[in-house]
Design a protein around this ligand. Structure first.
Ligand SMILES: C[S@@+](CC[C@H](N)C(=O)[O-])C[C@H]1O[C@@H](n2cnc3c(N)ncnc32)[C@H](O)[C@@H]1O
Length: 372
């Protein structure tokens, strides 16, 4: 096999990156549910060019570049897969969602790769240190609600859950403590043109959820979808000079959610944080309908001393102790495009944690026996 560097014939990386960018833009502007043949028509020319470039790299023995093209193509086609209409039969007996059998099946895989695209986001959105991609929210909203159902996010951030809900013609409401993020979320939701569904954003402490719920006369939610602060992880310095956090600071983006003492990310003791989180969820459960679902996105976190703090696992175990909550499943959100740091080298094992747990619970009608 020839060495591409010696031959000097390596295709320019920029040519395929450009192709990929064009493709991603086409896909991004496509409506939610797109006719697949239309997309094929629009994209086949660029796909052919990308594949040709991949072939050239492959024949030169440049497998790293070949793999990069295929990863990019993978990302693009995944995006297509999540958005195209899957034909199939809809059962009138379906009381949970609006999915056909084929779509239902596709949603039951226990993991999903979703990469946010920070470079495409407006400044305000990038300013928030830990938002999740609306694609991820859409996955759960499509599965756990029907059109016009109700979605609630008590740690709304910049409104990714609400944006996804509005795009999918669901009603939604959320609470966010930091007024800057609540305002970003408001602007973001207002820019989505879809439908006539209700949405409500409260700049408040989620300890006040019941008060807001009664004042606004909302119906019980079909789905609670949220991601609380991962304890104090943002405030704790970790990683080398190139860590994502340090790069954010250099760019002038927020490092933490602020200094408000009501912010769960500012609770100094882990046990106190976990206790408060659970007692908040006891309240949240009261405004979810019987048999409604609760999806909580969390991570096990690494402390500065290198010890792992199994936050996601401990939260799951504690919440399932509530007599009216069942732990149904774990779903893994994978990130494939995140910066890789060589943290522990050459002394100790420090992994690049590029996955999050999406813990799925169901509120049950009757008290059930808790196995402990
Ligand atoms: C992980 S972020 C949520 C990001 C959100 N999922 C998104 O994609 O935009 C957690 C959010 O909870 C907010 N928060 C922390 N404590 C809160 C509280 N007591 N009440 C309401 N919001 C709170 C933080 O300001 C932060 O924006």
């Amino acid at each position: 096999m020839k060495n591409s560097k010696e031959e000097g014939t390596t295709p320019k990386e920029s040519s395929w990156t450009l192709n990929a960018t064009v493709l991603e833009k086409i896909i991004k502007i496509s409506p939610n549910r797109t006719n697949s043949s239309e997309l094929i028509k629009k994209t086949q020319f660029d796909i052919k060019k990308l594949l040709k470039t991949a072939e050239e790299y492959f024949l030169q023995g440049n497998f790293i570049e070949t793999a990069r093209i295929f990863r990019t193509l993978g990302r693009i086609t995944r995006n297509l897969e999540y958005n195209i209409e899957f034909k199939g039969k809809y059962s009138e007996k379906n009381q949970l969602n609006d999915l056909t059998g084929k779509e239902w099946l596709r949603h039951t895989k226990s993991w999903m790769i979703v990469d946010g695209k920070p470079s495409d986001l407006p400044y305000e959105i990038k300013d928030h240190p830990a938002s999740f991609p609306p694609e991820l929210a859409k996955h759960f909203i499509k599965f756990f609600t029907k059109k016009d159902g109700w979605v609630f996010d008590p740690f709304m951030g910049i409104g990714s859950t609400l944006a996804a809900a509005k795009e999918l013609n669901r009603n939604c409401w959320g609470i966010e403590l930091n007024s800057k993020y609540a305002n970003y979320a408001k602007k973001r939701i207002e820019n989505i043109e879809n439908g006539s569904n209700t949405y409500y954003l409260a700049n408040d402490d989620s300890h006040n959820c019941k008060k807001i719920f009664f004042e606004q006369e909302f119906p019980l939610a079909d789905l609670l979808l949220t991601s609380p602060p991962y304890w104090n992880i943002l405030a704790e310095s970790r990683g080398g000079v190139k860590s994502t956090l340090k790069q954010r600071v250099e760019n002038g983006y927020d490092e933490t959610y602020g200094t408000d003492s009501r912010d769960l990310g500012n609770i100094p003791q882990y046990n106190q944080y976990l206790g408060q989180l659970i007692s908040l969820f006891i309240n949240f459960c009261k405004i979810i309908k019987d048999c409604g679902y609760i999806v909580v996105i969390l991570q096990n976190i690494r402390q500065v001393d290198g010890k792992m703090c199994p936050l996601a696992w401990e939260f799951a175990l504690k919440l399932r102790e509530l007599p009216n909550v069942k732990l149904k499943q774990e779903f893994i959100w994978l990130q494939d495009q995140k910066f890789m740091g060589i943290w522990g080298y050459p002394y100790s094992y420090v992994s690049n944690v590029h996955h999050h747990y999406c813990l799925v619970f169901q509120k049950c009608k009757k008290r059930h026996q808790v196995i402990s």
